[in-house]
Design a protein around this ligand. Sequence first.
Ligand SMILES: C[S@@+](CC[C@H](N)C(=O)[O-])C[C@H]1O[C@@H](n2cnc3c(N)ncnc32)[C@H](O)[C@@H]1O
Length: 391
Amino acid sequence: MKKNQSYIAKTFAGLEEILAKEVKELGGLNIKILNRAVMFEGDKELLYKTNYLCRTAIRVLVPIAIFRAQNENELYNEVLKIKWEDYIHLNGTFSIDGITSYSNITHSKYLALKTKDAIADRFREKYGRRPNVDTKDPDVKINVRVFRDECTVSLDSSVESLHKRGYRIGTGPAPLNEVLAAGMILLSGWDGNSNFVDPMCGSGTLPIEAAMFALNIPPAQFRELFGFTRWKDFDKELWQKIKDDAEAARKEFKYKIIGSDRSGRILQVAKENVVSAGLEDEISLRARYIDDAEPPEGGGTMITNPPYGERIKVEDIKKLYSEIGDAMKTKFEGYSAWIISSDKEALKFIGLRPSRRITLFNGPLESGFYKFDIYKGTKKVHKRKRIERKE
Ligand SMILES: C[S@@+](CC[C@H](N)C(=O)[O-])C[C@H]1O[C@@H](n2cnc3c(N)ncnc32)[C@H](O)[C@@H]1O
């Protein structure tokens, strides 16, 4: 691989700028913000670091060829020209992800098949035999993307999505993606120098990502699988040094991180996840309803991901969101409170005007990530008819 090289780190819509900032802090050069991705330049060390240290990257691609291809034959001929022997061992394995949009090459499976044929033919012509395809556990995973007539062939340095941090043992019915949770924490501006609370924490994703950020624990600390560790040019010493440096850069955290939820069952799952991440000394978990929330004194940041309207009856959702609003006004004085929700109607029942709204996607659901500043005097709770709890 060349000394300095272009990389593309993928992320979720709305997190591009945060990811660009993370990449910049790691020394990325010529950073360009794309749609759900960030393009940048750097050396091999930067590639390893982005995989290990960027909290908001989903995967990092290394483009090795960009060309025009109006049909399958043009694609085949261009892929044949790539020096695949520089990347794949003759006795190694590879797999291909094909993605196509607005192109004459309409089927992504066919795109992948044509790419595979060209790679196989190049090896056969040169060596009389070829590496095998292994879709489950390839040594080299190749990403081929055709957009209109432009084709980008990349090596996938992450192989498995980086949201798979390696600490998660279990989930509740609607867990937040870890990359999204980390992105929300970074977007909120919480810097680890105050308390952090999630009063509807489910399986604990937000408290865990918050603790990892506050203690400067690499998001990929518990991951074993990366693509680049099986590449021909893998630098084992450099990789070990990056991990050792990250270990030495851990920080102390002097405040409190609290996760609570009404469900004892889901909290048990959260506990297993917290223990698996080695964070039981940093995160306190409590079984309680939002209206009994007891955030630590001294202020801080509250971020929560309440249930959205889909699985819950309208009356219950109204009640829940007014309870969230009341709790924010009466208990979270001195806190910045953030809520992610796709339910615009329900959000009206919070009864507070957000000071910021950022559009994010929770899976396929377009959602708002809303900030509420809770000052003294925000305490007034609107009088409304309380609907009895069913549980
Ligand atoms: C969308 S889930 C949160 C998922 C979580 N972010 C995760 O990653 O696992 C919403 C959570 O709110 C909890 N919940 C619902 N009503 C509540 C209430 N009144 N007080 C506290 N928690 C509540 C549910 O038990 C559920 O775990």
